[in-house]
Design a protein around this ligand. Structure first.
Ligand code: ATP
Ligand code: MG
Length: 431
C-alpha cells in the first residue's frame, strides 16, 4: 500500500476527548472515527488490526472444535420474555419496534437465540458435545461509554456457547476453552491473568475473567507470581494447575482471603478482555431444550458461554504496547509488517524504493510505503505513531553506499543491510 493514496487521517494534536492512551493513539493514528458516544467507524488502518485480532480468535475457536455461526443482530423480545430476562436486563438493552409494532432488541448477548436454535434441531445426546460461536456486533447502552473502543456501546464480540450431556463433560469443555483463551491471548502478544469471577446475573458456579495487564486497566488484579512463568510455555501448561492458582480482581484493595504474601503475590492493573461461564441448565431448562438419553429419558443439556471483546482488545493491545512516540504493534496483529520510508525525494531513491516495495509484496510481506513528498521528520513521526514492527529507511546517502537502514520499532535498534539482501533479511526476521 502506498501512503500517497492510502486513507490515513493522522492527527498531530492530541484529541481532547480522549483520556486514555489507546483512545488517543487510535484517533491520532487514523484508525477510528467517532460517530457518536460509544459508536465508532473503523477506518482502513484500524480495520486491518481488528480483522487480524478477529482471525486469531477464530482460528483458536475452530481449533478447539467450535463451529462458527452468525446470529441476527436484532432479536425478538419474545425469546427474552420466555427466558425471563427481558424486563430484568434494564436500560443497557436497546429496544425498538418494527412497523407491525412487534418488540425487537439489539442483541447484547445471544444465549436465548442459540438455545432456541438448539431446541429446534438437536434432540439426541448423540449430537453432544456441541460448541457454537460467532464474531459479531453487540449493542449495550452503557451508561458511561468511555476509553474509545474499550467501552463502546456498539462493539465486536466473539461469543461462544456450549452444550454438554452432563457436568463432567461441561467442565471438560470449560477447561478446553480456558486453554484456548490462554493460547489466543498469547498469540495476540498479551500477558493475561485468568481471574476467578463472580457469576453475577447469569448465575452458576464456574467462571473466570481474563485481564490484560496494563497500567491503565480499570481493575486492580492480585495474582500468584507463578502465572508469569506459565505464560512462557502455554502449550504445555496444566489447565487445572492454572485454575488452582490464586488470582482476584478487586477495585480497591487486596482481598481479605488472599493466601499469598510478599514476593509470591503480584499486583497490577488489568483490562477485562474475556469472560467464560459455566452456568448449568439455566437456559436449557427455562427454554425447554432437551435431549433424549440412551435409556429413553430426557435431560436439559449443561451450558456455558464464553466471550472475548474483540474490539476492546485492539485498545487493550495498545495500552500494553506503546511508548511516547506511538503504538508498537505485536507482529501478529500489525496492520502492515513493514513501513518503507523513502527520503530525499530523488528519482533514484523512488525507483529503488518502488522495487523494494514490489519485491517484498511478492514474497508476502505487507508493506506501507511512505512515498509522500514530505520531509524526514514527518515520515519518521508517522511511522513511529502507527507502530509497524519494522521500518526500512532509504535516502540518497544510503543508496550511494548500497545500504538501507532497518529499524525495529520495539527496541529502536538499527542495522544497515545491503540492498541486495534486504528481501531475504526481512523474510527471515518475519518468519
Ligand atoms: P464489563 O464488566 O467490562 O462491562 P461484561 O462483564 O459486561 O464486561 P461480558 O458480558 O462478559 O462483559 O462480555 C464479554 C466481553 O465483551 C468482555 O470480557 C469484554 O471484553 C467485552 N465487552 C463487554 N462490554 C463491552 C463494551 N461496552 N465495549 C467493548 N467491549 C465490551
Ligand atoms: Mg458490562
Amino acid at each position: 500500500m502506498k501512503l500517497s493514496t492510502y486513507f490515513l487521517p493522522t492527527l498531530k494534536e492530541t484529541p481532547s476527548e480522549a483520556t486514555v492512551v489507546s483512545h488517543r493513539l487510535m484517533l491520532r493514528a487514523g484508525m477510528i472515527s467517532q460517530s457518536t458516544a460509544g459508536i465508532y467507524s473503523w477506518l482502513p488502518l484500524g480495520l486491518r488490526v481488528l480483522k487480524k485480532v478477529e482471525q486469531i480468535v477464530r482460528e483458536e475457536q475452530d481449533r478447539m472444535g467450535g463451529q462458527e455461526v452468525l446470529m441476527p443482530l436484532l432479536q425478538t423480545a419474545e425469546l427474552w420474555q420466555e427466558s425471563g430476562r427481558y424486563d430484568g436486563y434494564g436500560k443497557e438493552m436497546l429496544r425498538m419496534q418494527d412497523r407491525h409494532e412487534r418488540d425487537l432488541l439489539f442483541g447484547p448477548t445471544a444465549e436465548e437465540v442459540i438455545t432456541d436454535i438448539f431446541r429446534r434441531y438437536i434432540k439426541s445426546y448423540k449430537a453432544l458435545p456441541k460448541c457454537f460461536y460467532q464474531i459479531h456486533w453487540k449493542f449495550r447502552d452503557e451508561i458511561r461509554p468511555r476509553f474509545g473502543v474499550m467501552r463502546g456501546r456498539e462493539f465486536l464480540m466473539k461469543d461462544a456457547y456450549s452444550f454438554d450431556v452432563d457436568k463432567e463433560s461441561a467442565v471438560n469443555t470449560y477447561r478446553a476453552m480456558m486453554r484456548t483463551y490462554l493460547k489466543t491471548f498469547q498469540r495476540l502478544g498479551l500477558a493475561v491473568i485468568p481471574v476467578r469471577a463472580d457469576t453475577g446475573v447469569i448465575g452458576g458456579d464456574l467462571s473466570h475473567e481474563f485481564h490484560v495487564l496494563a497500567q491503565t486497566g480499570e481493575s486492580q488484579v492480585y495474582y500468584d507470581k507463578k502465572f508469569d512463568t506459565f505464560r512462557e510455555n502455554i502449550d504445555q501448561v496444566d489447565v487445572d494447575e492454572i485454575m488452582g492458582l490464586y488470582a482476584m480482581a478487586d477495585e480497591m484493595h487486596k482481598p481479605e482471603e488472599c493466601p499469598l504474601e510478599g514476593e509470591d503475590l503480584r499486583e497490577a492493573r488489568g483490562i477485562e478482555v474475556g469472560h467464560i461461564f459455566n452456568f448449568g441448565t439455566k437456559y436449557s431448562e427455562i427454554l425447554n431444550a432437551k435431549v433424549v438419553l440412551a435409556d429413553g429419558s430426557s435431560i436439559a443439556p449443561e451450558m456455558g458461554s464464553y466471550g472475548i471483546g474483540v474490539s476492546r482488545l485492539v485498545g487493550a493491545i495498545i495500552e500494553a504496547n506503546h511508548d511516547e512516540q506511538g503504538i508498537i504493534w505485536p507482529e501478529s496483529v500489525a496492520p502492515f509488517q513493514v513501513a518503507l520510508i523513502g527520503l530525499g525525494g530523488t528519482v533514484e531513491v523512488s525507483e529503488v524504493c518502488e522495487r523494494i516495495y514490489k519485491d517484498l509484496e511478492k514474497v508476502g510481506v505487507s508493506v506501507l510505503y511512505d512515498n509522500r513528498s514530505e520531509g524526514p521528520g514527518v515520515k519518521f513521526s508517522t511511522a513511529d505513531l502507527i507502530g509497524l514492527p519494522w521500518q526500512i529507511i532509504l535516502g540518497p546517502k544510503g543508496l550511494q553506499e548500497g545500504l538501507a537502514e532497518i529499524k525495529c520499532r520495539r527496541t529502536g535498534d538499527r542495522e544497515s543491510i545491503p540492498l541486495e539482501s534486504l528481501v531475504s533479511y526481512m523474510q527471515e526476521k518475519l518468519c
